[in-house]
Design a protein around this ligand. Sequence first.
Ligand SMILES: Nc1nc2c(ncn2[C@@H]2O[C@H](COP(=O)(O)OP(=O)(O)OP(=O)(O)O)[C@@H](O)[C@H]2O)c(=O)[nH]1
Ligand SMILES: [Mg+2]
Length: 311
Amino acid sequence: MHEHRIDRQASEDPSPATHRCGTIAIVGRPNVGKSSLLNQLIGQKLAITSHRPQTTRHRILGIRSDDDAQMIFLDAPGWQRKQRSPMNRMLNRTAEQVIDEADLLLWVIDASQGLTDEDLQVLSRLEQHPNIIAVLNKIDRVKLRASLYQLAQDLALRAAFKAIVPVSAERATQVDVLIKACKDLLPVDAPRFAPDELTDRSERFLAAEIIREKLFRLLGDELPYQSTVLIEQFRDDGALKRIEASIVVQREAQRAIVLGQAGQGIKRIGTDARRDMERLFGTKIFLGLHVKVRDDWASNEQGLAAYGYGQ
Ligand SMILES: Nc1nc2c(ncn2[C@@H]2O[C@H](COP(=O)(O)OP(=O)(O)OP(=O)(O)O)[C@@H](O)[C@H]2O)c(=O)[nH]1
Ligand SMILES: [Mg+2]
């Protein structure tokens, strides 16, 4: 959770000649389980997830430090086919930057749905990259082993993947196999982060993400897409952290939906978010939640930037 980097590790590493370190981007169409996979790979619930597409809006860096390798994972927004809205254009820019930064790409598909046109569109954007692993996720939902085998065979003919690895991010099946495959493809290099660092993001940022996850999980229809979260205050108060946050929506009617009958909606969002924050930050949290109406927060690039998107 610290924001500093260190570079004195090389001399302290017990085997600098073999230690590997590199950046691994997790890419794919929306909703295939990229963020769920990141969380399994680093062994912490860092990235927010939901059953709705477009949950991830930011590049999320998550670090796994083992004795023999440091793996710097980058979770990205799912690739958006429609690029009409400023938000969707921003999501695709973020996804592309992540690809450029990476030593290795994990191209994730949903094995229970087979290969879709949307998957192939994403793949066509990656193909120049020399190091791609195809990850077939959600195998817990695949009933026939033969169909998984077929899918892997089909993929092997489509691109020169370094490996094709079936996993279940939800059940943590074969995630160890994927970790081994990733390590083998990373360059020999010293670690870039301290062993206990989990991410380059601040707790303030992560707090906003956790609240946004609850909007995606608890509210229906368009509301999650038309809302965002602003942290108004974040401070330590003895052993407690005091956080004041605003849920920003676009229309007055949406305010009522977030609040819910007798405030039950916002209460549930607050309870669920506080519980996750306490787990991730390891402290007691006081969370005050408010709702604001700002009809134009997502209507242009400036609006998005003002709400923390796209830097
Ligand atoms: N059954 C099953 N469900 C999974 C698995 N992995 C993820 N899911 C579910 O798939 C949904 C999407 O997961 P996310 O991790 O948010 O997907 P994502 O690719 O990050 O989605 P975006 O950020 O919106 O692009 C959630 O409901 C997850 O619980 C899996 O291995 N098996
Ligand atoms: Mg995601």
